[in-house]
Design a protein around this ligand. Structure first.
Ligand SMILES: Cc1cc2nc3c(=O)[nH]c(=O)nc-3n(C[C@H](O)[C@H](O)[C@H](O)COP(=O)(O)OP(=O)(O)OC[C@H]3O[C@@H](n4cnc5c(N)ncnc54)[C@H](O)[C@@H]3O)c2cc1C
Length: 334
């Protein structure tokens, strides 16, 4: 029996691991993949709340943060001109918010966050069932783990799906996954930046009858140099449902980029495509407590405790949830 068990090694799982370690509580973590970081691994993230920066700085004091006054820009035929209107809610977040930008690559922040706790995680362990009555989780490899307290740091609907026991009362979602933007994130690691702008740049292109836009987000590479470009595309549902169409769409974007920046191929050291069913938002719901069932805590960005947090972005929300739990007294389980 391990008193405290964490499932999921993304930002939520890593933060709660650091909190438990700080409280001198014994714990073990389980992560489905071979790596820690979860969706945080896509790289550049926008953080809007000073409290989020404060908590991350406590755990990773080596990194400092800058705020920027974001400017909305659009690349049209080689010129940068402001977009006045006509962008979606999802795009608006990337185009209009003035975020805190870390002075180190986001992956490095995750690595430093993970370093003191990574040995406590077991990798390639996928939870397939949670027995609420016997406080046991089962894994896909047939093994089991008993827990006293469970910190669920993965998708909330998965917790409900894997749960066996007294039915859990589902939170009433404020936003449905179906309403969330989805798409693709295409990242280029480059020899040197493609353009000078530090802000999000809009790269418009056409694919069949769709008038699409990729948001070009300049980012730091693992050496801390501004040599990484993320191209994020929010795609209409009809496109997203067909992987071949998505692949064609990405190829079209690359062709358009090459027209604008013929040096792209030569400059590219590495390219990564991440297909994201739900790109950067989750269903969110207000909940009275982070304790979903006795001794089962959910820490991620799908639950907010206060009405005024309903519109907060993911990292701000999950950090607020972790801070909430950090302020509580935890009795080590006997
Ligand atoms: C392209 C992109 C851009 C984004 N930009 C922003 C931004 O600018 N600002 C912002 O605030 N947020 C942003 N987000 C959202 C943010 O990254 C996520 O909300 C956050 O990383 C979620 O962290 P998490 O730890 O709660 O979940 P996750 O990162 O999803 O971690 C869950 C972990 O659980 C593991 N897991 C899943 N199932 C199981 C299982 N059955 N057993 C064991 N382990 C399991 C997964 O492998 C994963 O490692 C963005 C997301 C994406 C994809």
């Amino acid at each position: 029996m391990e008193p405290n068990v964490i499932v999921g090694g993304g930002v939520s799982g890593l933060l709660i691991a650091r909190v438990l370690q700080e409280k001198n509580l014994s714990f073990v973590g389980f992560e489905k993949s071979a790596r820690l970081g979860g969706r945080g691994e896509v790289g550049s993230h926008r953080i809007l709340k000073p409290n989020t920066v404060a908590l991350l700085t406590e755990f990773v004091p080596e990194v400092s943060w800058l705020t920027t006054e974001a400017e909305v820009q659009e690349r049209v035929k080689g010129e940068f001109t402001p977009i006045r209107d006509g962008y979606s809610e999802a795009e608006k977040f990337y185009l209009t918010s003035a975020p805190y930008i870390p002075t180190a690559p986001f992956d490095q922040i995750l690595e430093k966050l993970a370093a003191p706790v990574q040995e406590r995680f077991h990798y390639q362990k996928t939870v397939t069932q949670i027995h609420g009555d016997t406080k046991t989780i089962e894994f896909s490899d047939g093994t089991e783990q008993k827990f006293e307290k469970l910190f669920w740091c993965s998708d909330l609907s998965l917790l409900f799906k894997l749960w066996v026991g007294e039915p859990l009362r589902a939170p009433k979602a404020n936003k449905k996954a179906a309403d969330m933007p989805s798409g693709v994130n295409l990242t280029f690691d480059l020899e040197s930046p493609l353009f000078e702008s530090k802000n999000t740049v809009v790269l418009p292109f056409r694919f069949k009858d769709f008038k699409l836009r990729a948001l070009g987000i300049p980012d730091l590479n693992e050496d801390g140099l501004p040599h990484r470009l993320q191209c994020m595309i929010f795609l209409p549902k009809e496109l997203m449902e067909d992987r071949e169409e998505v692949a064609k769409c990405v190829r079209t974007l690359k062709r358009e980029l090459l027209k604008e920046f013929p040096e792209l191929t030569q400059k590219t050291k590495r390219e990564k495509i991440v297909y994201l069913p739900v790109l950067s938002g989750e269903e969110t719901a207000q909940w009275a407590s982070l304790e979903i069932a006795p001794d089962i805590y959910y820490l991620g960005p799908q639950i907010y405790l206060h009405e005024d947090q309903a519109e907060w972005k993911n990292l701000d929300l999950l950090v607020s949830n972790v801070s909430h739990l950090r302020s509580k007294e935890f009795q080590p389980a006997s």
